[in-house]
Design a protein around this ligand. Structure first.
Ligand code: ATP
Length: 362
């Protein structure tokens, strides 16, 4: 039996349908990231799992029991919301110990459990500090330690890194997966940052219009998105999307028109002839070269910039259609300030097609 099992969950506030028949099953010990835009209903979903909201329709079961029927504490569910305020008059130790005190656990065991979680979160050396003596990162770790100290079977984390600076966010993203596995808890982790979703999730549920548009591994949502919407939500620079109608070219290979120019597709694409669709190509799968190649799309490079260890080029084809190509760091290209004529080709096996009307993956 899955640890968490949701079926047909519906919730509306006034006329606004927020959750619209949502289904989800999460296995014990799994980290499921709920990813979606602002206002898509992520927090509302967590509140149902915590038993704080009643569904309009559908069921939320934890270990087979309805979420609203037993208290979160009895079910071993812990929650940590975006703004984890610490008690300002208590030391870090007392803050972390507070959920254990509420359970009348003896002092020696409290000290042991606080020490254990503080060591895992690397804050054992500041346990006697008050919150105002802690750095922002240490505050964040302390509040997380407080959520984890009683070894919850399930932990609900609502965008815990939203309000921390980039360095702490990066560190915590690296540490979270190990930490979650060390506790063995089932984790539901809400974020609107696709990088965080890719870094942390065993699986990612992509929340769009009140349902999961796709629930898949990080590689699955990135490499094999089931809709144009999911494809667009992951990736920076974003995926290239072009409305095309593939046709068989004179040489027999399938081709499309971009910016009024012809690009030969690298794959057979059987069945797409004459079909109105959207071609999706990730920038890393669009190759730019100054050497002419058969079937390549004539383009001009309008600009290029380094992004981390890659260089991203803005290309224009024909009547002004824009394409993005990214390649391993290329300082010569990145330093160039003038336009550069060239050709674009696609990596075989990497083109995605979506139905133009519905957006569904073909
Ligand atoms: N109790 C409530 N009554 C009325 N409207 C509500 C209630 N709770 C949430 N909403 C509305 O539902 C929408 C979704 O809220 P929710 O907090 O679930 O989104 P979210 O995906 O977590 O957003 P964010 O990432 O910005 O925190 C918002 O427009 C919010 O104003």
């Amino acid at each position: 039996m899955p640890h968490l099992s949701i079926s047909g969950l519906c919730k509306a506030f006034g006329k606004k349908k927020l959750l619209d028949g949502l289904d989800l099953a999460v296995e014990r010990g799994e980290c499921l990231v709920v990813f979606g835009g602002s206002g898509s209903g992520k927090t509302t979903l967590l509140r149902h799992i915590a038993g704080l909201l009643e569904p309009d329709a559908g069921t939320v079961l934890i270990d087979g029991q309805r979420a609203g029927d037993v208290s979160a504490q009895q079910r071993g569910v812990a929650m940590a919301f975006q703004n984890f305020a610490l008690y300002p008059h208590m030391t870090a130790f007392e803050n972390i110990a507070s959920p254990l005190r509420a359970r009348a656990i003896d002092e020696a065991r409290i000290a042991r459990q606080v020490q254990e979680v503080a060591e895992l979160l690397r804050i054992a050396h500041v346990l006697d500090h008050s919150p105002r003596q802690l750095s922002n990162g240490q505050k964040q770790r302390t509040s997380l330690a407080r959520s984890l100290v009683h070894k919850p079977q399930m932990i609900l984390l609502d965008d815990p890194l939203r309000n921390v600076d980039a360095k702490i966010r990066f560190e915590m993203r690296l540490e979270f997966p190990k930490l979650f596995k060390a506790f063995g808890s089932t984790v539901l982790y809400v974020t609107q940052d696709y990088r965080e979703a890719l870094a942390l999730g065993d699986r990612i549920g992509v929340l769009v219009d009140g349902c999961f548009a796709q629930i898949d591994s990080p590689a699955g949502v990135y490499r094999n998105p089931q809709s144009r919407e999911v494809a667009r939500l992951f990736g920076d620079p974003p995926i290239n999307l072009f409305e095309v109608t593939p046709q068989r070219g004179p040489g027999g290979a399938m081709q499309v028109q971009i910016g009024g120019q012809t690009l030969v597709l690298p794959d057979p694409c059987t069945g797409l002839q004459g079909r109105a669709c959207v071609l999706g190509v990730r920038p890393e799968d669009l190759l730019f070269s100054t050497e002419a190649q058969p079937g390549a799309l004539p383009v001009t490079m309008e600009a290029a910039m380094p992004i981390n260890v890659r260089t991203v080029a803005l290309l224009k084809a024909g009547d002004g259609a824009e394409l993005l190509a990214s390649r391993p760091e290329d300082p010569v290209l990145a330093a160039r300030r003038e336009r550069l004529g060239g050709f674009a080709t696609l990596v075989p096996g990497r083109c995605m097609f979506f139905d133009r009307a519905s957006g569904a993956r073909i």
